[in-house]
Design a protein around this ligand. Structure first.
Ligand SMILES: Cc1cc2nc3c(=O)[nH]c(=O)nc-3n(C[C@H](O)[C@H](O)[C@H](O)COP(=O)(O)O)c2cc1C
Length: 179
């Protein structure tokens, strides 16, 4: 798909088909796309915990997605927990932060990766829902994610069962200044 069309047509999908499932190969393709993103000193600190089985997706939806109706919105989708190894991107080898943003850079890098991931999904005809409303402690416990990683979003990936309209974007002059 032409790139401009892809970025304009990608939408957050909150209803997934019960009839077809994403495959492990498809999820791997998404993560390969994510890996192509730039990162601080090429540190590549993003991590992906991909939950495909019915049992475990159900467990996570019921126990770890308590708000925003996210458990319902992500039904029938695979769930990718995204995290980053903290205290590395934005830090010097002696552990000192390079500047005031500290681990903000790890989060920044993960966001770049995740944008690649959701755009790749859109190109493949898959829908995604990035969820910031989630219970990180419960996810950590359930998936045994090490304490050295900060859990960020959970991304639902599935076959769309809706075609959402495009939410309005702000006018350019309200978000950009030219000098
Ligand atoms: C960091 C982040 C967290 C989000 N968390 C949620 C969420 O918990 N639940 C939800 O329904 N949508 C969530 N969204 C989706 C946004 O609401 C959505 O991207 C926005 O309304 C724009 O719509 P679009 O993605 O279709 O362009 C999140 C998006 C981002 C980037």
């Amino acid at each position: 798909m032409e790139f401009q069309k892809l970025i304009e047509s990608r939408r957050t999908v909150r209803k997934y088909s019960a009839d077809s499932k994403v495959t492990k190969e498809q999820i791997e393709e998404l993560i390969h796309a994510a890996q192509e993103a730039p990162s601080w000193k090429n540190s590549q600190t993003g991590r992906y915990y991909c939950v495909m089985s019915d049992d475990l997706t159900e467990k996570i939806r019921q126990n770890c997605l308590p708000g925003a109706n996210n458990a319902v919105k992500s039904k029938h989708a695979a769930l990718i927990v995204t995290a980053f190894v903290h205290n590395r991107a934005g830090f010097q080898p002696d552990g000192m932060p390079d500047n005031e943003l500290g681990n903000g850079w790890g989060c920044y890098d993960l966001g770049l990766q995740n944008e690649n991931l959701v755009l790749k999904a859109a190109e493949m005809g898959l829908g995604t829902l990035i969820m910031g409303i989630r219970d990180a402690d419960k996810i950590r416990e359930l998936l045994e994610i090490p304490e050295t990683e900060t859990i960020v979003s959970v991304i639902a990936v599935g076959v769309p069962a809706e075609e959402p309209a495009r939410p309005k974007r702000r006018e350019l002059d309200t978000i950009a200044k030219f000098f």
